[in-house]
Design a protein. Structure first.
Length: 329
């Protein structure tokens, strides 16, 4: 697969997010915030927060979808902080955790900032007032990840205690504690209205029905440490980035692995995003690169080969990029 576009920011890329404004915001390990035009990767603006993150396997920074707010851990991880992205002023500091803060999140509707800790606690802060408004059900160990459904109705947290808590932001009540992992749960992602994907420290991946709390499927074939993931806008494909620089792809309807080595880059993948307007998979790397790939690369070649009835060559192209099977061609 060819690189469509790339840019270096020299430091590990720990967050990439396409905002409602269609700008691509990128945060590096020193919490330098940069805003890019997502079409051409031209730098538009930015600011420095000056917090160095030594560890960023968990979400140590978060941005609201509307771009109004961002949250970060402090360098010593003793507290989490919520800022206005426009005024750069601090709205709240959460220092209630016993031990270190492990991760932060802001819900899709920009109502709450969540601060999760090594103590298994998760505090929810009102983004406007900066006040504590509620807490999520506690866990026995560190919270490793926090995720939200696209509509903002659900929040889930994953813990070192091997369990996942589901909480409804509509009824403000706990739903289920999901238990099926035999190792600490590291990553979460909601998709397709009622599904949740979780991945543990042993790279075991489970797909859950969030209403019933039942396991729908266990994904096969992950043999490397997963370090990032993203789902396309149509919620058809799951892309997993790994420590060894591979991208693995699954079909989210059949749960089949489409490719174990869809892409291979030289650096660990630290962050991923998807540009649905252009069908571009965006990778952020530990060595500070932002890289664009067209997930339907080869479509034009495929059209030409089909027109010329070169069916043997068609199979070769599809072997290189299995996602071409999903195009209208």
């Amino acid at each position: 697969m060819e690189i469509v576009r790339s840019k270096s920011i020299a430091k590990p890329v720990i967050l990439m997010k396409i905002l409602d404004s269609k700008e691509l915001v990128i945060v590096d390990a020193e919490t330098t915030v940069r805003y890019f035009d997502k079409e051409n990767l031209e730098l538009k603006s930015g600011f420095k927060v000056g917090i160095k993150h030594k560890r960023y396997k968990t979400p140590v920074v978060a941005f609201s979808n509307d771009g109004e707010y961002f949250a970060t851990l402090t360098s010593d991880a003793k507290e989490s902080r919520l800022f206005s992205a426009t005024t750069k002023k601090m709205i709240a500091a959460v220092n209630r955790h016993h031990g270190e803060v492990s991760c932060v999140g802001i819900d899709p509707l920009s109502r709450y900032m969540f601060s999760c800790g090594d103590d298994g606690k998760t505090f929810a802060i009102d983004v406007e007032s900066g006040k504590l408004v509620f807490t999520l059900p506690p866990h026995a160990d560190t919270i490793n990840d926090i995720a939200f459904s696209r509509n903002g109705n659900w929040v889930a947290v994953a813990s070192y205690d091997r369990k996942i808590s589901l909480f409804s932001l509509v009824t403000m009540t706990p739903k289920n504690k999901l238990k099926a992992h035999s190792a600490p749960v590291m990553y979460l992602q909601f998709f397709q209205r009622n599904k949740l994907l979780s991945i543990d420290k042993n790279s075991s991946a489970i797909i859950w029905n969030i209403y019933s709390g039942k396991v729908l499927q266990r994904l096969q074939g992950i043999h490397d440490e997963v370090t990032a993931m993203v789902i396309d806008d149509a919620e058809q494909f799951l892309f997993l980035g790994t420590q060894l620089g591979y991208v693995i792809v699954y079909d989210l309807d059949s749960y089949e692995m489409l490719s174990a080595k869809y892409l291979k880059i030289t650096s660990p993948i630290t962050s991923m995003e998807f540009d649905g307007d252009n069908d571009i998979l965006i990778l952020g790397t530990e060595d500070g690169f932002i890289i664009y790939y067209d997930i339907y690369e080869g479509t034009d070649t495929l059209k030409d080969l089909l027109r010329e009835k070169e069916f043997a060559l068609v199979q070769k192209i599809v072997d290189i990029n299995p996602l071409l099977v999903y195009t209208e061609v």
